[in-house]
Design a protein around this ligand. Structure first.
Ligand SMILES: [Zn+2]
Ligand SMILES: [Zn+2]
Ligand SMILES: [Zn+2]
Length: 400
């Protein structure tokens, strides 16, 4: 009876009429509920319906939607079970190309470094110089040359010391190196974007467990920051303020999606999160790049990085894998007052240390989809406690 074609027949009528007309045709069918709820969708941003019924949420930074299906969390499928990773890493691994004193590609030997260590990637994705390429065949075959620099930053000489296990002083050294590298790379004549990012864990493709991140600088604004920049500018033009300043104010007031915060930074599961435990790290002050961090904010950033990663590790009592990175204003020498400094954490784990989410099928072809709501994810992260589970085990071990 309720052929989906009815939806199309009716698509040009005003929304109210469409809803009434469709509802009358599909009464008694499962679609009826969908149509009725549709009519009241502007009612309440905290509606309990959002915790029970399928809906989509807009990411105002990218203007893309995510499908949320909270009713599916009861389904029996358990997801793909990954083999547990070996939890214990040695302090030093003689076969690791990032450990102090070891040799890398081409026989280059790492110094016996004692804090952080930065070097140009031996297999860089981008090269600093190259021939100018500009292809445009009927707007169909389009290519441009892209110059850039790729660096690696080892967080510490310790092969086993991940961010949640580092001291705040050690993390301050990491933040200082990021700032120094950001300034250095942003000052390169052709630089337009500097990306600091960390892939942690084999599940997100990290090639080496030695804690490290990468910094790539390149001469064009990549896709994601380009979308965000347009949104920051449009929001400023239409609302007269900053998208993320306003968003942070809203999340602080509502509290449901806040995970942790200190004087200068806050972490929330964004309303539009795609990954089950995705978070957004926001500065409380409005500024665009790391170069503008005060000394106090550098320490606060170190502190909040440690806190969110402890919560992540505690969630499934594992070394929690993620891809994370900072989104900073374009590094083109201009002042970018529209941009608000932030970082994204994209972790793949879904419901245990061994069950991950995949972005395939409908998601690859249409739009991302999630089951657990961002509100539930934030509540779970808040509940797990800020003492690292390995430290809790050590505290509770009998002393002799
Ligand atoms: Zn190592
Ligand atoms: Zn702002
Ligand atoms: Zn961003």
């Amino acid at each position: 009876m309720s052929c989906p074609a009815h939806f199309f027949d009716n698509a040009r009528a005003p929304l109210g009429e469409r809803v009434a007309s469709i509802a009358s045709r599909v009464r008694g069918s499962p679609e009826e509920t969908i149509v009725r709820n549709d009519a009241g969708r502007h009612a309440n941003m905290n509606s309990p319906d959002l915790q029970q019924h399928p809906h989509r949420r807009l990411n105002p930074l990218t203007r893309e939607w995510v499908l949320v299906s909270p009713h599916r969390t009861a389904r029996p499928w358990l997801g793909k079970v990954e083999s547990p990773q070996p939890e214990e890493q040695p302090r030093y691994d003689p076969s690791c190309y990032l450990c102090p004193g070891n040799s890398r590609a081409g026989g280059i030997r790492n110094p016996l470094y004692s804090s952080t260590f930065v070097f140009d990637n031996d297999y860089p994705t981008l090269l600093p110089n190259g021939s100018e390429i500009s292809v445009d065949e009927s707007g169909l075959l389009v290519a441009r040359s892209e110059a850039g620099v790729c660096r690696v930053v080892c967080f510490s000489p310790r092969h086993d010391l991940t961010i949640p296990r580092m001291s705040e002083d050690e993390l301050c050294d990491v933040v200082d190196v990021w700032v120094e590298q950001y300034k250095n790379l942003a000052s390169l004549p052709r630089a337009r974007h500097v990306q600091v990012f960390e892939n942690r864990g084999a599940l997100v493709g990290a090639s080496n467990p030695h804690p490290h991140c990468q910094i790539w600088a390149n001469e064009s604004l990549p896709n994601e920051p380009a979308k965000e920049r347009t949104s920051f500018e449009n929001y400023f033009n239409s609302h007269g303020g900053c998208l993320l300043c306003d968003y942070l104010q809203l999340e602080s007031r509502l509290a449901a999606r806040m995970v942790c915060q200190n004087d200068d930074f806050a972490v929330a599961v964004p309303y539009w999160a795609i990954w089950p435990f995705e978070t957004l790290l926001l500065s409380k002050r409005h500024f665009a790049t790391m170069a503008e961090l005060s000394n106090g904010e550098r320490r606060s950033l170190a502190g909040i990085l440690k806190r969110i990663t402890i919560l992540y590790d505690n969630l499934f009592q594992t070394s929690f894998p993620y891809s994370m990175g900072f989104h900073q204003g374009p590094a083109d020498g201009a002042e970018h007052r529209e941009w608000h400094f932030h970082a994204h954490y994209y972790p793949p784990l879904l419901r245990s240390a061994t069950v991950r989410k995949f972005m395939v099928g409908y998601e690859l072809l249409n739009m991302p989809q999630r089951d657990i709501t961002p509100e539930t994810a934030a509540a779970r992260l808040r509940e797990v406690g800020e003492i690292h589970y390995l430290d809790r085990m050590n505290h509770s071990a009998p002393t002799s």
